[in-house]
Write a protein that binds this ligand. Structure first.
Ligand SMILES: Nc1ncnc2c1ncn2[C@@H]1O[C@H](COP(=O)(O)OP(=O)(O)OP(=O)(O)O)[C@@H](O)[C@H]1O
Length: 609
């Protein structure tokens, strides 16, 4: 908990992050803006934003208000460039057509949910962000000074060493703002920054935004029915109802505007509440039409009280807009990779449960299977059991890895979408870092599993066979992980949990286990060609039984003491190990690349579950 004194402390910055890095103020205009969404197959479309116009000027804190479903978040998505699909109309930046690559360099979008790394402290979050967002020519001393100044401006210096998960709602919101302030954006979009905050945190958050706006920024946020005192803190208000603009102007002009329309705000009534009642149609739909007509759907600027609109850069291209953008990110790929690996390492260190769980599952399952199939590997009478064991091993590797990633990966995507949109790093560096971070734990888990199961079940003690066995297990884990990434990148956790097991069943059907490869109907043979489980099973059998000779028989009669006889029965051969490895490696590469493109599609589509 923060003390009230601390909570109220939002102070003027004195140092680097404003003075040294002053940027050009930005005026954002939009005209004839439509946003149309599809309602589904044969259900037509819906205009969420209907031909609206508006202007958001620098030095202004703007509130976008309106009833639920009015289109506030949609307007923010469209103006920030977060959403481009289904958008028509003009958006200009300082009089020039908005060029998204350069606009993203001077703007940031802070969504409603705080997408923060919960296990990292405030200081760690800030330092990783500063290393990702400030160009590499800046010294560490400069970066530290920027972090300290932002934290003290936002009243977060006392929470420097607190993990994000332990911060209060208001502190989390301020940290979200602090992270984006690092590269000093001149336009900030915030979706409902006060939702979930108590009244003190709300006013603290809005006064911080007001302070930042009055330093020259254009700050636009959506807000739900603010209290009268909070409402007064905004400079400008933009009111939406069913995708049309009902008012655009200064906060102080709202009451005169309503009076002019003969819709006076009752005495002692919060104007914000009253205007929302009007926008909801509580006082009749004719009032909505009247207001939209009067304000010309946002074209009329007379109520803004800003006489110097269009004064900025009316003549030439703005500095930021005219810059040739070669790279949308501030730092190199190598630096991004380094920072993301560092962050991933910290996360693994802070949350060892998952790491221990993954290792623990490998130990527990190998001991269980080892006990169930104790010393059968060298027994001519138990060759069938050994075959079952090899398949169970594959199922363990595929099933546990696939499901873990299906559950884990979607949680990462919302943070990734925010950070990638705000230009912290490229998707390529994120994906490569994720892959690298996982290799040690995957390899150790697989090795532990193989050693235990191999020894307990009495498989042939030949190094080559053990290497082949472990290598195939490792490849299977990596392929299953990629498949988990693909499913996790595209489906929600719930849908992924449904799709994942179905895929495993299909892979099993075509693996040659149960129905052997010879008996699979001709029309379904393609299934065996694409089931990586089949290649894994074939390769494991080759690792254990290739050129094995006669197996010892401890019973009166061992039908399969010649492994070839058994292999003939199950329609498998041991001479395709190299081909199987080749196919598995190719499958691994294809699935890893496919997972990357799936992630890209998901992030570009900005679908959040
Ligand atoms: N992709 C979409 N597909 C279908 N409908 C959509 C889509 N995006 C937005 N809408 C619809 O557009 C309307 C406006 O949505 P939006 O989220 O912008 O409203 P809002 O004013 O921010 O609401 P709230 O205050 O409740 O968050 C809603 O009716 C919503 O259902």
């Amino acid at each position: 908990m923060e003390s009230n004194n601390d909570a109220n402390r939002v102070c003027e910055p004195k140092g680097l992050f404003i003075k040294d890095r002053k940027q050009e103020p930005i005026e954002l205009r939009f005209s004839n803006l439509y946003y149309t969404v599809s309602l589904g197959f044969r259900k037509g479309t819906k205009d969420v934003l209907k031909n609206i116009n508006g202007i958001f000027a620098p030095n202004q804190l703007v509130a976008i208000m309106g009833p639920s479903g009015a289109g506030k978040s949609s307007l923010l998505d469209v103006l920030s460039g977060y959403n481009l699909k289904g958008v028509r109309g003009n958006v200009t930046v300082n009089g020039n057509e908005r060029r998204l690559d350069s606009f993203r360099r001077v703007s940031c979008y802070i969504q409603q949910d705080d997408r923060l790394q919960p296990l990292l402290t405030v200081n760690e979050n800030m330092h990783i962000a500063v290393n990702l967002k400030l160009t590499m020519d800046k010294s560490q001393k400069y970066k530290d000074a920027v972090v300290n100044e932002i934290l003290s401006t936002l009243g977060l210096e006392k929470t420097k060493n607190t993990r994000t998960v332990r911060l209060s709602g208001g502190q989390k919101k301020r940290l979200s703002i602090a992270l984006e302030l690092i590269n000093n954006p001149m336009v900030m979009f915030l979706d409902e920054p006060t939702t979930g905050l108590d009244s003190l945190s709300c006013s603290q958050c809005i006064s911080l935004l007001r302070l930042l706006a009055h330093q020259g920024r254009t700050i636009i946020c959506t807000i739900h029915q603010p209290s009268a005192s909070l409402f007064q803190m905004f400079d400008q208000v933009y009111i939406l109802s069913q995708g049309t603009c009902l008012y655009q102007g200064s906060t102080s002009n709202l009451i005169p505007y309503l009076s002019k329309l003969k819709l006076p705000c009752p005495m002692y009534h919060n104007p914000a509440d009253y205007v929302i009642e009007l926008a909801c149609g509580d006082h009749g739909n004719d009032k909505i039409e009247k207001m939209a007509k009067e304000i010309e759907n946002g074209k009329s600027l007379i109520w803004t009280g800003l006489s110097d609109l269009l004064a900025i850069n009316q003549t030439g291209e703005s500095q930021e807009q005219s810059k040739e953008i070669n790279n949308v990110h501030e730092t190199s790929f190598n630096n991004q990779l380094k920072c993301l690996l560092h962050r991933g390492f910290l996360k693994c260190k802070r949350d060892p449960d998952l790491t221990y769980l993954r290792l623990g599952v490998n130990v527990a399952v190998s001991i269980l299977l080892g006990t169930l199939f104790l010393q059968i590997g060298d027994d001519g009478s138990k060759i069938f059991d050994n075959y079952n064991l090899l398949f169970s091993i594959l199922m363990h590797h595929v099933g546990s890895t696939l499901m873990l990633n299906i559950i884990n990966f979607p949680a990462e995507i919302s943070i990734l979408t925010k950070e990638h949109f705000n230009r912290w790093y490229s998707l390529k560096s994120y994906y490569i870092a994720t892959n690298i971070l996982d290799i040690p734990i995957t390899t150790i888990g697989c090795l532990i599993f193989s050693v235990i199961i191999y020894l307990m079940t009495g498989q042939p003690l030949v190094w080559d066979r053990f290497y082949m066995f472990t290598f195939i297990s490792w490849l299977m884990v990596l392929i299953s992980q990629s498949l988990g990434f693909i499913i996790g990148a595209w489906f929600s956790v719930i849908n992924g949990n449904f799709v994942g097991p179905i895929i495993v069943v299909l892979l099993m059907m075509f693996s040659g286990f149960g129905v052997n490869l010879r008996d699979i109907p001709y029309l379904l043979k393609w299934g065996t060609e694409i089931s990586f489980l089949r290649y894994g099973l074939e390769a494991l059998i080759a690792a254990i039984y290739d050129k094995r000779g006669i197996l010892p028989c401890y019973e009166l009669y061992c039908h399969y003491k010649y492994p070839e006889k058994f292999l003939e029965e199950i329609a498998m051969t041991t001479d395709k190990f190299n081909k199987d490895v080749f196919v598995l490696v190719v499958t691994l590469l294809i699935t890893r690349i496919a997972a990357y493109f799936m992630l890209r599609l998901r992030v570009k589509a900005r679908v959040s579950f």
